[in-house]
Design a protein around this ligand. Structure first.
Ligand code: G6P
Length: 365
């Protein structure tokens, strides 16, 4: 079917705005709203595995990195995440009892498919989290765990990413319940939080004006740094990837704690530092990272929530996203970084939907 832009200027921004629906539709496959029960589509018992191996490329890899925080913290399930092109060639040591999970929008990425086949040949159980349900990975994986983002046209992935994070977050809650790490009441609470995600992702789109106001300044930068802690470090990598893909500005994402081990050497007034930090137990540590940057004449843009904004050091520009439970913060904080990359690219007059040298799906090596 022909997909059109409607009254949006680019597919990318249309797809950013489709995220509340994509999140909602994806949740429907994982959460039973009546019983408040969450499970893998088709049923899978996470108590039957001892380890997860997530394999993916590009943006899907960052969804996997977010999932690792959730599976380990919530479900106590060891979780490795690796770029498929490395995994498939390095002869990884596999432990029986590992479930391999390929994450892919297209279900056709050559490296991810090869890694999935490699895992099957080793006798591992496999699942594929894919958006294209008729794809090769969807067919070949032991289990198909769908995302329901609908067709994604923009080369830079947005709604497919948040749908992957939605599915993986729901699966982590399922794993926590099945492995006896949370009781029925906590499962119900987390499911309520999950079901709030589409609304909060919708509210997070409200940052667009704030983001747009900062986009001119950022469009003039040669380099941009993104920082975050915990699951937000993965969003920092994804934010940097989005910016370089569509605006051609050099950008790097770092775990905030690594700032002093290298990237702080880059800090000057011409290098914007974008900090992604909802208020959590690590927020104070991130505040001191920001202070270190400010003390060196750096420019800081903080993406946080209401409470975080109240504690931002003076001189920081603040983008306020909705307050949410940490479980869904990676979903709620995704749209602000996507919109930032989008508006910077538009400022630069770049071809947002068809960035140079990139392909929507890479089916050759
Ligand atoms: C390409 C696209 C990226 C995507 C990656 C993985 O590089 O440009 O946006 O994240 O492939 O694609 P997949 O279909 O496997 O998620």
């Amino acid at each position: 079917a022909l997909v059109e832009k409607g009254n949006h200027r680019h597919f990318m921004v249309k797809e950013i705005y489709e995220q509340p629906d994509a999140c909602q539709h994806t949740l429907t496959a994982y959460v039973d709203p009546v019983t408040g029960h969450v499970s893998a589509p088709g049923g899978f018992d996470f108590a039957s595995v001892t380890r997860l191996q997530i394999i993916a490329c590009g943006t899907a890899f960052y969804a996997g990195l977010i999932a690792r925080y959730l599976f380990e913290r919530l479900a106590g399930l060891p979780c490795d995440v690796e770029i498929a092109s490395e995994f498939r060639y390095r002869e990884p040591a596999v432990t029986p009892g590992t479930l391999a999970i390929a994450v892919s929008q297209s279900g056709e990425t050559a490296d991810t498919l090869a890694a999935l086949r490699w895992c099957q040949a080793k006798g591992l159980k496999t699942a594929a989290i894919v958006n294209a349900h008729e794809s090769t990975m969807a067919r070949e994986a032991g289990m198909l765990w769908p995302t329901h983002a609908g067709p994604e046209i923009g080369v830079a992935s947005t709604k497919a990413f948040t749908s992957q994070v939605t599915a993986l977050t729901a699966l982590a809650v399922a794993a926590a319940a099945q492995r006896g790490r949370i009781d029925a009441e906590e499962e119900k609470r987390l499911v309520r939080v999950l079901l709030e995600a589409p609304r909060l992702v919708g509210e997070s789109l409200g940052v667009e004006e704030m983001v747009q106001a900062l986009s001119l300044e950022i469009s003039k930068a040669r380099d941009v740094l993104y920082l975050g802690r915990g699951a937000m470090s993965a969003l920092a990598y994804e934010g940097a990837l989005k910016l370089k893909e569509i605006s051609y500005i050099h950008a790097e994402g770092y775990a905030a704690g690594e700032l002093k081990h290298g990237p702080i050497a880059l800090v000057d007034e011409a290098t914007p530092i974008i900090v992604i930090a909802p208020t959590d137990e690590l927020f104070e540590k991130t505040v001191s990272n920001m202070s270190e940057v400010l003390a060196r004449g750096g420019r800081v843009i903080l993406i946080t929530d209401e409470a975080g904004a109240a504690h931002a050091p003076a001189g920081v520009s603040v983008i306020i996203a909705p307050t949410c439970d940490p479980l869904i913060a990676p979903l709620v904080f995704a749209a602000p970084i996507q919109l930032l990359a989008y508006h910077v690219a538009v400022q630069k007059g770049a071809d947002v939907d068809q960035p140079r040298n990139l392909a929507k799906s890479v089916t050759v090596e």
